[in-house]
Design a protein around this ligand. Structure first.
Ligand SMILES: Nc1ncnc2c1ncn2[C@@H]1O[C@H](COP(=O)(O)OP(=O)(O)OP(=O)(O)O)[C@@H](O)[C@H]1O
Ligand SMILES: [Mg+2]
Length: 142
C-alpha cells in the first residue's frame, strides 16, 4: 500500500489524472471512504486524464453513468456509485458483471464495499480518509 496526503481539491484531482495514464481497458478501480472524502473529486481527475470533457458529477440517482472515450485505447468509462444500493439483489440487477467483463472499458466504483464478495479480484483499491478541513489521506494498492 502507498499513501499520500492531498491538501486540497486540486491535488486530489491531479492524483486521479495521474492514475488515468497508467490504466488499461478492463481495469476496475474501487473507491472507499466516507461522504465528502473526495471520491468523486478523484473520479473527475481520472476522467480528465482520459480526455473526457464532460463534467463528472455524482451519479446519485442514476447509479451507473457511461462516458465514451474517443482518442484512447479504452473506449468507454463507467462511473458507478453504489451509495444508494442496499441489497445484494439490487447490485445483481445493475448488470455490473457485463460492464466488468468489457475489456475496452474502464470502471470506477464509489462505495465499492457495497459490492462485498462480488468485487472483481483483479482491481485497484483506493481508500479516502478525511483527516482535516481540506486534508485527505489517500491510500492505494499497487
Ligand atoms: N483535499 C481534498 N480532496 C478532495 N476534496 C476536497 C479536499 N479538500 C476539500 N475537499 C472538498 O470535499 C468535498 C469532496 O467531495 P466528493 O464529492 O469528492 O466526495 P465523495 O467521497 O465522492 O462523497 P460521496 O460519498 O458523498 O459521493 C468537496 O466539497 C471538495 O471541495
Ligand atoms: Mg461521490
Amino acid at each position: 500500500m502507498k499513501s499520500k496526503i492531498s491538501e486540497n481539491f486540486g491535488q486530489t484531482q491531479r492524483l486521479g489524472k495521474e492514475l488515468a495514464k497508467t490504466l488499461k481497458g478492463g481495469s476496475a478501480v474501487c473507491l472507499y471512504g466516507q461522504l465528502g472524502a473526495g471520491k468523486t473529486t478523484f473520479v473527475q481527475g481520472l476522467a480528465k486524464g482520459l480526455g473526457i470533457k464532460q463534467r463528472i458529477t455524482s451519479p446519485t440517482f442514476i447509479i451507473v453513468r457511461k462516458y465514451k472515450i474517443s482518442k484512447s485505447s479504452v473506449k468507454s468509462f463507467y462511473h458507478i456509485d453504489l451509495y444508494r444500493i442496499d441489497t445484494s439483489s439490487d447490485i445483481k440487477n445493475l448488470g455490473l458483471d457485463e460492464i466488468l467483463n468489457d475489456k475496452n472499458a474502464l470502471v470506477v466504483i464509489e462505495w465499492a464495499e457495497k459490492f462485498g464478495s462480488e468485487l472483481p479480484k483483479k482491481r485497484i483499491d483506493i481508500y479516502f480518509e478525511n483527516i482535516g478541513k481540506d486534508e485527505r489521506k489517500i491510500t492505494w494498492s499497487k
